[in-house]
Design a protein around this ligand. Sequence first.
Ligand SMILES: [Zn+2]
Length: 395
Amino acid sequence: MFPLLWQNSTPLNPRKEEALPHSVETHPLPSERIGTSRSLTVHRFGTPGTRPKVYIQAGLHADETPGFLTAHHLIRRLASARVLGEVVVVPVANPVGLSQVVKGTHVGRYALNDGGNFNRGFADLAEAAQARVQGRLGPDAAANVALIRGALRDAHAEVRPGDEIAAMKHALLGLALDADLVLDLHCDMEAVVHLYTGDALWPELADLAADLGAEAVLLASDSGGPPFDEACSATWWRLSERLGAEGPVPPACAAVTVELRGKADVDDARATADAEAILRTLVRRGVVEGDPVPLPDPACEATPLAGLARVIAPASGVIAFRRSVGDRVEAGETVAEIVDPTAKDPDAARIALTAPVAGLVMARSNVRFAGRGDLIASIAGAAALPASGRGLLFD
Ligand SMILES: [Zn+2]
């Protein structure tokens, strides 16, 4: 199994270890170049093997900073909480991307060695797990879940990642794949809080959405990629489709991509509030001891990811926004104008970019100059749009 080396496991609160186990592990990644080495830092709370297990990571897209600060506050709170299940937190999930600074610009979404999106291409373990459990499922859903989790761990252990980035993705998936709840903390360019998760996981995750004040929840069963959350969760509905006749296969890993607003929305007040919202979810689910508090009213209904309409720049120019994130727009309403400052006639220098559908301005670009074809804004509409022939997620 890769990797076998878990180094420097350090109990941080040895006097209270029985009540508040918290350890920090350093997980070395294989070096690609002489003299370089990177590692993942893993915070563990509670007792390994107890349920429910929760896995939380931040910064898989390494230039998305809000999750780092939220993870920091969450770790601080978990360290003094009584964890009844198990919580694993990787506060910096992508040290490779974190190191990619090119002439003063941090490139954290794509790997500079091959251009790959760090949140795509995770291993699909469904087939390998299926081969291990076929003919062995029965009427007991909990027994099936335990059997499949074991098969997933075994299938994962057989994968041999080819390089440092593959090893990093492999390690992250290995930490998460048998969790009951997985939160992958990201952010958009400029955005309201929104979630991406599976059709089968709604309304199960409605409490988290309400507590975080999510203004959009986008559902899909196969968004393309696959992104990290689906690598953890979609296995379960794929196995249910293939093996459901043998016995129940529930969606046993509730994985969700949590978009914590925009890249610059980073401050202690918001990060503390987000960490507290996550903690309340853990209390509600019996992972952390405490008294559940009443949920706020949900800020939105879930909508299909296939209903997310993109506003694309038809020409290059300055982006002059007319609507902000969080605004509701009607179809045909102007969201932004593209301005060509070189136009001979300044009165003919503007192109109106209109909302393709009615919905919420969920996210918009955080730069103000567009190239032709650039994504300017995303509108969460209520109904699925005709298939575009490409994956539902933008790369
Ligand atoms: Zn991201």
